[in-house]
Design a protein around this ligand. Structure first.
Ligand code: GDP
Length: 491
């Protein structure tokens, strides 16, 4: 039996234009240098400056990260409860909240924050998050080591926490006039609470100057707050050099940071080899039905069909019993193999009914062009179980499988979908959200103007900008999202 064609290097360089460091042993993380081969070559190249900054970051991470003497010193200061005046190394610790898509968006954003502020990124990985990704930085680790003085992340980092920057600021603990706060007078760490509907606190220049004095920052967020840095004049020049193509910010960050562990990669490779490799064209269809917006099956299915009709040929057209199409298809059928194109539709969803209906349609009827269509869905978990590691591994595998598709259809406001098209660097078709579960949606979908994820629920106003100014009109490269009119995304 002929096996699936192994991916080839095309002319795509295995380090993704220098994005990836060559310093890793391939044996320990199979996905790192191979996952991009499963996609069409990326239309985006990282800037030479981004590449240079990543190598500098890696050197700094080795110098300051777990295992290094400087790390020991910094942890001692953290333990002492007081911030050190001068510290060779500064850190940002990321702690997870909400679903995997949310987590990956906020982790990538935290890494951008680390790059911009010369901090070292460390990750608090509870058991359900552990084992999803390979280490991204050569010669060191991003995991908080055993014995780290902060352990009760869930208990300490809450909205009302006195360690939260916003709360410190409101209590006057970081001073009325920010410039006068000395580093020694500050606590050993500060908590940046950037959960949905955060405010501009922390994103004004005066805030950034105070935050810069803390050697330890802990970030908890469920959104793609990376977009916020693009609204800040202080980072404008640096970001322009790092990311001349604003549409590819997440694409580069995610391909740099996220490498599925060997366990997850095993799922991806086996599934791809068995079900997708032979297809001439792959279409990814992500159907997310949110518990707070329980769109009935028939409505959602109807919306998918209308989207496909409206965006001619998104899903291969089925031939109807009468008219020209039927003549064409019977001609195709009788002539045998006029069109031997194979299209694979990859459905991802917590439920199996979309997959079953769509597969049934192609089982019962030929396509207009005579092409063959196969329909697959890797899992149907029924419900989100973020606390279960194996569940998250399958979710991550499916995000990658979707990202290997040539055309990607996602569900509005799903961060799961954002990860897939962001990794792929493709502009998705987005099934728009109805105003209420049973209300009609028109149009059924739109083609996104960018591969970037949407920052959902950004602050309503930005520091220093006149009240009432639209946050989507502050800079030419950030606009409101197609799927979330309050949200903001880079173009
Ligand atoms: P969002 O809620 O759509 O923004 O995406 P998140 O990834 O943050 O949270 C949804 C979670 O539900 C995922 O991380 C998975 O745990 C689960 N989930 C949702 N849709 C799917 C799916 O199509 N496949 C799998 N395996 N899990 C899913």
């Amino acid at each position: 039996v002929a096996g699936p064609a192994p991916p080839t290097w095309h002319d795509q360089d295995r380090l993704l234009g220098g994005l990836l460091s060559p310093a890793f042993d391939e044996q320990f993380c199979r996905s790192r240098y191979t996952s991009s081969l499963y996609r069409r070559p990326s239309p985006f190249r990282p800037s030479t400056y981004l590449v240079e900054r990543l190598r500098r970051y890696e050197a700094r991470h080795r110098q300051c990260g777990p295992g290094a003497p400087l790390f020991k010193d910094a942890v001692e200061h953290l333990r002492s409860g007081r911030n050190a005046a001068r510290s060779e190394c500064q850190y940002v610790v990321w702690t997870p909240i909400n679903g995997l898509g949310n987590r990956m968006l906020s982790l990538a954003s935290t890494f951008l924050y680390a790059l911009l502020t010369d901090r070292v990124l460390l990750v608090h990985a509870p058991q359900e998050f552990d084992g999803l990704f390979c280490e991204p930085f050569p010669g060191s680790s991003w995991a908080l080591p055993a014995g780290f003085p902060i352990t009760d992340f869930a208990g300490i980092f809450t909205m009302g926490s006195p360690t939260s920057y916003k709360n410190m600021w409101q209590a006057g603990a970081v001073g009325g006039d920010h410039r006068n706060v000395t580093a020694e007078s500050l606590p050993a760490y500060v908590f940046l609470d950037l959960i949905q509907s955060f405010t501009d606190a922390a994103f004004c220049e005066a805030d950034q100057r105070v935050l810069a004095k803390f050697n330890w920052v802990v970030v908890k967020s469920d959104v793609y707050f990376a977009t916020m840095f693009f609204l800040m004049p202080a980072y404008e020049r640096e970001l322009a050099r790092l990311f001349p193509e604003k549409e590819a910010v997440f694409h580069h960050l995610a391909r740099y940071l996220f490498h599925p562990s060997d366990d997850v990669w095993g799922i991806v490779r086996r599934y791809y080899g068995a079900y997708l490799a032979r297809a001439d064209e792959r279409v990814g269809l992500q159907v997310r039905v949110f518990p707070e917006m329980p769109v009935p099956f028939e409505n959602m299915y109807g919306q998918i069909l209308r989207c496909s009709e409206q965006e001619a040929g998104l899903l291969p057209k089925v031939a109807h019993k009468d008219g020209a199409a039927a003549n064409h298809s019977s001609a195709v059928a009788s002539s045998g193999s006029r069109n031997s194109k194979l299209t694979s539709i990859l459905v991802t969803s917590l439920f199996s009914d979309y997959y079953e209906r769509i597969r049934g349609v192609y089982y019962a009827s030929p396509t207009e062009t005579g092409e063959f269509v196969e329909v697959h869905q890797p899992s149907h978990e029924r419900e989100q179980r973020t606390e279960a590691r194996a569940h998250n591994q399958r979710a991550l595998a499916e995000m990658y499988l979707l990202s290997f598709c040539d055309r990607i259809v996602t569900t509005a406001v799903s961060t799961f979908g954002y990860i897939a098209h962001g990794l792929a660097g493709v502009r998705p078709w987005v099934l728009l959200r109805p105003p209420s579960p049973e209300a009609p949606v028109d149009p059924a979908c739109v083609r996104s103007k960018t591969a970037e994820p949407c920052l959902q629920a950004p602050p309503r106003r930005m520091c220093g900008v006149a009240e009432g100014t639209d946050i989507g009109a502050l800079v030419p490269y950030a606009r409101h999202c197609e799927d979330d009119h309050k949200g903001l995304k880079l173009f």
